[in-house]
Design a protein around this ligand. Structure first.
Ligand code: RRO
Length: 290
């Protein structure tokens, strides 16, 4: 067993928010999914206070060794999550981590407070790093803003708070330190790198919202560098992610200082990637020098 923020996990591999829909997967794969759930914890797609339709299409672009998304947080909002989704996830054999995003500290505080009495929620991930909404990035790229945000939100929750950091900043270690100083229990990184693609017909930017976030193997070495820097800068646990598609990749993020590794884009290609990568990791890889 692995201990993470007081939560016991079977292994070190979890999903990246938004990259594995457990409700949709249970409809496709049936009851068997509970017996062979690919991750040691389940992180929900981001929820917001009110329902959101998400960004206009096109929302995806395949790039060299990666994918650019501009999904824009489509979700049914907090009320539907509390009233329906949490109960529908009752079969989950692993702890539930709920990912939330708001535009202001007050909104985030409200989301966090609403989850306080739900014992089904083991921890909360604060998404301060979505590249696809104007308000998502600002707080997450500012160390003092992050510290102030956490200082506001922290007293409103007794649950572990994980802060999802943006890679789109000059100093990710300072942002992590700001989150830690404000009372975060852990940080997770990296979210996607801001990116754009041009339409093949020359009509301009491809994605409906202009730019999007790059994920997949293309960003793995960026993630490795940022996880390394952050793990050296903070004492709280780090959840590393970005382009991991094998046990070897996961091992490298752990060697860089991560406690857990999250699988993102690889799960779209292989829904059982979490299980495979956890097994590959268990079989072992040579540790690299730090
Ligand atoms: O929904 C999205 O567009 C999205 C989110 Br919330 C995020 O955190 N990261 C990302 O690449 N896309």
């Amino acid at each position: 067993m692995i201990e993470f923020c007081g939560i016991e996990l079977r292994h070190r591999i979890i999903n990246a928010s938004g990259c594995f829909d457990a409700l949709a997967a249970s409809r496709v794969f049936g009851d068997g999914l509970a017996n062979e759930f690919p991750f040691a914890a389940y992180v929900s797609k981001t929820i917001t206070l009110r329902p959101r339709d998400g960004n206009p299409p096109p929302r995806l672009w395949e790039s060299a060794a990666g994918m650019i998304n501009s999904i824009g947080l489509p979700n049914r909002g907090l009320d539907a999550y509390l009233a329906e989704d949490i109960a529908a996830l009752g079969w989950l054999p692993v702890p539930l981590i709920t990912n939330v995003m708001g535009s202001t500290p007050e909104e985030i505080g409200e989301l966090v407070a609403a989850l306080e009495d739900r014992q089904e929620v083991a921890a909360i991930e604060l998404n301060v790093s979505c590249p696809n909404v104007a308000t998502g990035l600002d707080i997450g790229a500012d160390p003092r803003g992050l510290e102030a945000l956490l200082a506001y939100v922290r007293p409103r929750s007794s649950k572990p708070l994980i802060v999802k950091l943006t890679p789109n900043t000059a100093d990710v270690a300072a942002c992590a330190a700001g989150a830690e100083a404000g009372g975060a229990d852990a940080v997770s990184l990296i979210n996607t790198l801001r990116a754009a693609a041009l339409a093949p017909d020359g009509s301009g930017l491809w994605l409906g919202c202009g730019s999007g976030g790059l994920s997949g193997p293309a960003i793995r070495t960026v993630a490795l560098a940022q996880v390394w820097r952050v793990a050296a800068a903070v004492a709280i646990p780090v959840v590393g992610m970005g382009g991991v598609s094998s046990g070897r990749d996961a091992r490298e993020l752990l060697d860089a200082g991560a406690t857990l590794v999250a699988i993102g884009t690889e799960s779209f290609r292989d829904p059982a990637a979490g299980t495979r990568i956890a097994h590959e990791l268990e079989r072992g890889f040579t540790q690299i020098a730090r």
